[in-house]
Design a protein around this ligand. Structure first.
Ligand code: COA
Ligand code: NAD
Length: 653
C-alpha cells in the first residue's frame, strides 16, 4: 500500500509510503482519495495527521509519469478533496517537501515541519509551473513577494524561513509525532479554518517592490519560459478569483508539460542522476571514506579540502613547505569562516569542522588516509614526485586521485607501484561550489577504486560523470575545440565581444572570451606550449591568445586580456582590435561579417562534432553525459538541455 491509514483514539494517521522519494504518482493520489473518504466517514476520527515514511515527505509529482497520459485521480482534485474534508488535516512534514508535496501540504489545514526540512515549489527547474494550485494557494497564505520568489526561482526555503513566512504553523522539536498530535488536539478544539482557495490573496503592501521582484526574476530567467510563466501565474492569483486562477494555472501547466523546455530539463534531471550508474561499478561496495588526503593547497586543493570538510569528511592537507602549508590552511579556513559568516553553519559546527582539518608538510601524515586527491602544479614531473611519495606512505588499499586538467593519468598511474588504485577526479573551480566532477577511468583502474570515486562525489553532493583519459577529458576537450573555433572566427572577421554577446543571448552566463579572461589566459597558454612539439603543422593555429599572454595580458587578474578592465568591468579593447586586424592581415585573410546566428550555430556545431569524436574514441559513454558536463561545468543554458539534446533537433533551436 502506498498510502495507509492507522487510527489511534480519535486520531487517524495517514502515511505516504512510496520509496525512494514518495513521489505523488497515481497510486499515492488514489491512496489519498481513499484515505480522505475513509477518515471522513469514520465518526470516531476527529483529526488526521498526514505524514510520510522514509527520508522525505514527498518530492512532488512523479516526473517519470510525465511522458504518459495523465491518469486520474489528478493532483488538483486530490487537493480540492483535502480542502473539503470535514476534519482538520495536519501535514507533518520532514525532509524535502517539494512541488506537489508542498501543494498537498497547502491543501491541509495546518502544517508542522521538522527543523531540517526544505519546502519549495521547484517546478520551474523542470520547465513547469506548479499545476495543483501552488501558484494560487501560496499567495493566499504568505506574502505575495515571498510566494512569487519561491515559485519563479524554484528555490526551497528552510523550516525556519517557512515559519517566519507563516508557510508553516510550527517547527517540530525533537519529537515530530508528539508535536503533530499536540497541534491536532489544538485543531480539534477550534473551528476549521477556511481552505486557502476560499481566502483572498494576501494584500500586496508595496506594489513597487512587487514589480522590482518580477523584473529581477525575469532577468535571472534569461531565455527560460517557465520562470516567466510562473510570474504571470502569481499575478493572476492576485488579480482573479481562486477558481479562475486555478483553471488558468492548470492550462499553463499542461501546455508547459509538453514543451521542449520541459523535455530538455527532465532529461538533464534524470541524466544527472544516472551518469554515475556505470555498469562496471554496479553493486560494488566502495571502500570506506573516513579520512581524505589532499596534496596542494592552491586554488583547487584548498577548494577540494573545503568541499570535503563541509560534508563532514576529515581532511589532511599536504603542502611542499611551511609557508605554502600556512597559505593553504588559511584558504581552507577562509571558506569555512565564510560559511559561518553567511549563517550556513553555527559557531559550534564551524569549530567542529575546522578541528577535522589538519595540514602538514610530511607525507607520513597520510599513512591512514582512505583516498588522496593530488592538486599540485600542472606539471608531469611534479605529479610523478608526488605519486612516488604517496606510494611510500599510503596503505596499499588507499586510492589515489589526480585532479589534473589535461595531463595523461595513465602515464602517471604507470609510474606507481599499484596503477589499479589510480583514478582521476576532475573538480571544477571553486570546488566547494561547482557541482560537477568528472570521474576519470584510467586503463588499469580497479572497479572498487572507481566505485569509491563515485561514492566520494555523491558524499560531496556532486554530479559525477565518467570519462576516459584524453587531453581535457570531456569538458575541457570540448571547450578547447569551441574556443579554438571562436578564435578562428575572430581571425576571419568576428570580434570577441560579438561572439560573447551571441553566447550570452543564447543563455550562457558569459561568453568564451570573458570566461577565458576570468579563468586566466595563462592556463591554456601553458597547455599550448606543452603541445607545440606534437602539433600537426597542417592544422590552422591561431596565436592571438599567445600574443596576449606575451604582452602580459593574462586576463582579468592582470587588468587586461581579451578585454580591457575598467573598475572590474570588461570593455572593448582598441589594442586587441588592432592586434586582431594585424594578425588577419599578416595571414592574408579578408575579414568578413558573421551574423549572430552563424556565430552561435558554429559554436554549437563544434561542440557536437567534438562530442561525437569523444564517443568514437570511447572517452564519453552517453550523449546525456556530455549535456550534463556542459550544463554543470560550462554554463550551457540548462533549459536548452545541452548541445547533444539540441543536436537531435536543430529546428527547435
Ligand atoms: N519523480 C520521479 N522520480 C524522482 C523524483 C520525482 N519527482 N524525485 C526524485 N526522483 C528519483 C530520482 O530520479 C532518483 O531515482 P534513481 O535512484 O533511480 O536514480 C531517486 O528518486 C532519488 O533521487 P535523488 O535526487 O538521487 O535523491 P536525493 O536524496 O539526492 O534528493 C530530492 C531528493 C527530493 C531533493 C530530489 O530528488 C529532487 O529535488 N527531486 C525533484 C523534486 C521536484 O522537482 N519536484 C517537482 C516535480 S514537478
Ligand atoms: P595552484 O598553483 O593554485 O596550486 C598548486 C599548489 O600545489 C600550490 O599551492 C603548490 O604549493 C602546491 N604544490 C606544488 N608542488 C607540490 C608538492 N610537491 N607537494 C605538495 N604541494 C605542492 O594550482 P591549481 O589551480 O590549484 O591547480 C592544481 C591542479 O588542479 C592542476 O593539475 C590543475 O590543472 C588542476 N585544475 C585546475 C583548475 C582551475 O580552475 N584552477 C580546475 C580543474 C583542475
Amino acid at each position: 500500500m502506498t498510502v495507509h491509514v492507522e487510527k489511534t483514539d480519535d486520531l487517524a494517521f495517514v502515511t505516504i509510503d512510496n520509496p525512494p522519494v514518495n513521489a505523488a504518482g497515481q497510486a499515492v493520489r488514489a491512496g489519498l482519495i481513499g484515505a480522505i473518504a475513509d477518515t471522513d466517514a469514520d465518526d470516531t476520527v476527529k483529526a488526521v495527521i498526514l505524514r510520510a515514511k522514509g527520508a522525505t515527505f514527498t518530492a512532488g509529482a512523479d516526473v517519470s509519469e510525465f511522458d504518459k497520459p495523465a491518469a486520474p485521480p489528478h493532483l488538483p482534485d486530490v487537493i480540492l478533496a483535502l480542502e473539503t474534508t470535514t476534519k482538520p488535516w495536519i501535514a507533518a512534514l520532514h525532509g524535502s517537501i517539494l512541488g506537489g508535496g508542498l501543494e498537498i501540504a497547502l491543501g491541509c489545514n495546518y502544517r508542522i515541519a521538522d527543523a531540517r526540512s526544505k519546502l519549495g515549489l521547484p517546478e520551474v527547474t523542470l520547465g513547469l509551473i506548479p499545476g495543483a494550485g501552488g501558484t494560487v494557494r501560496l499567495p493566499r497564505l504568505i506574502d505575495p513577494i515571498a510566494a512569487l520568489t519561491m515559485i519563479s526561482s524554484g528555490k526551497p526555503v528552510t523550516a525556519a524561513k517557512a515559519l517566519s513566512l507563516r508557510l508553516i504553523d510550527a517547527v517540530a522539536g525533537g519529537d515530530m509525532s508528539k508535536d503533530a498530535i499536540a497541534l491536532a488536539r489544538t485543531a480539534i478544539a477550534q473551528p476549521l479554518p477556511a481552505p486557502l482557495s476560499q481566502r483572498p490573496a494576501v494584500a500586496v503592501n508595496d506594489a513597487d517592490a512587487l514589480n522590482a521582484a518580477k523584473d529581477s526574476l525575469r532577468k535571472k530567467a534569461r531565455g527560460a519560459t517557465a520562470p516567466k510563466a510562473a510570474i504571470d501565474a502569481v499575478q493572476r492569483a492576485l488579480d482573479l478569483p481562486a477558481d479562475q486562477a486555478l483553471k488558468a494555472e492548470r492550462e499553463t501547466f499542461m501546455r508547459l508539460k509538453s514543451s521542449r523546455e520541459c523535455a530538455a530539463l527532465r532529461r538533464v534531471f534524470f541524466a544527472e542522476r544516472s551518469a554515475a550508474k556505470l555498469p562496471m561499478v554496479k553493486g560494488l561496495d566502495p571502500a570506506p571514506l573516513n579520512t581524505i588526503g589532499v596534496i596542494g593547497g592552491g586554488t583547487m586543493g584548498a577548494g577540494i579540502a573545503a568541499a570535503c570538510l563541509l560534508r563532514g569528511l576529515p581532511v589532511t592537507l599536504i603542502e611542499r613547505d611551511d609557508k605554502a602549508r600556512a597559505t593553504g590552511y588559511d584558504r581552507v579556513a577562509g571558506v569555512l569562516k565564510n560559511s559561518l559568516d553567511r549563517g550556513l553553519m553555527d559557531q559550534a559546527k564551524h569549530d567542529f569542522t575546522l578541528a577535522m582539518f589538519k595540514s602538514s608538510t610530511d607525507y607520513a601524515d597520510l599513512s591512514n588516509a582512505d583516498l588522496v586527491i593530488e592538486a599540485v602544479f600542472e606539471d608531469m614531473d611534479v605529479k610523478h614526485g608526488v605519486l612516488a611519495a604517496l606510494d611510500r606512505v599510503l596503505r596499499k588499499d588507499a586510492i589515489i586521485a589526480s585532479n589534473t586538467s589535461y595531463l595523461d593519468i595513465n602515464v602517471m598511474a604507470a609510474q606507481t607501484a599499484h596503477p589499479s588504485r589510480v583514478i582521476g577526479l576532475h573538480f571544477f573551480s571553486p570546488a566547494y561550489i561547482m557541482k560537477l566532477v568528472e570521474v576519470i577511468i584510467t586503463d588499469h583502474a580497479s572497479p572498487t577504486a572507481l566505485a569509491t570515486g563515485f561514492a566520494l562525489a555523491k558524499r560531496l553532493g556532486k554530479i559525477a560523470v565518467p570519462a576516459g583519459v584524453c587531453d581535457g577529458f570531456i569538458g575541457n576537450r570540448i571547450m578547447t575545440a569551441y574556443r579554438r573555433k571562436g578564435e578562428i572566427m575572430v581571425e576571419d572577421g568576428a570580434w570577441p565581444w560579438d561572439i560573447d554577446a551571441a553566447m550570452r543571448d543564447f543563455g550562457f552566463p558569459m561568453g568564451l572570451f570573458e570566461m577565458q579572461d576570468l579563468a586566466g589566459l595563462d592556463i591554456s597558454w601553458a597547455m599550448r606550449k606543452r603541445q607545440a612539439a606534437t602539433r600537426d603543422p597542417a592544422t590552422r593555429y591561431v596565436n592571438l591568445g599567445d600574443k596576449l599572454c606575451e604582452a602580459g595580458r593574462l586576463g582579468k587578474k592582470t587588468g587586461a586580456g581579451w578585454y580591457d578592465y575598467n573598475e572590474g568591468r570588461a570593455v572593448k579593447s582598441e589594442l586587441v582590435e588592432t592586434l586582431i586586424l594585424d594578425e588577419s592581415k599578416r595571414k592574408g585573410i579578408t575579414r568578413k561579417k558573421f551574423p549572430q546566428d552563424v556565430l552561435i550555430g558554429t559554436i554549437l556545431t563544434t561542440m557536437q562534432t567534438e562530442a561525437n569524436a569523444l564517443f568514437a574514441e570511447g572517452i564519453a559513454q552517453r550523449s546525456e553525459d556530455i549535456d550534463v558536463v556542459m550544463v554543470n561545468g560550462y554554463g550551457f543554458p540548462r533549459w536548452r538541455g545541452g548541445p547533444m539534446f539540441m543536436g537531435n533537433d536543430h529546428s527547435k533551436r
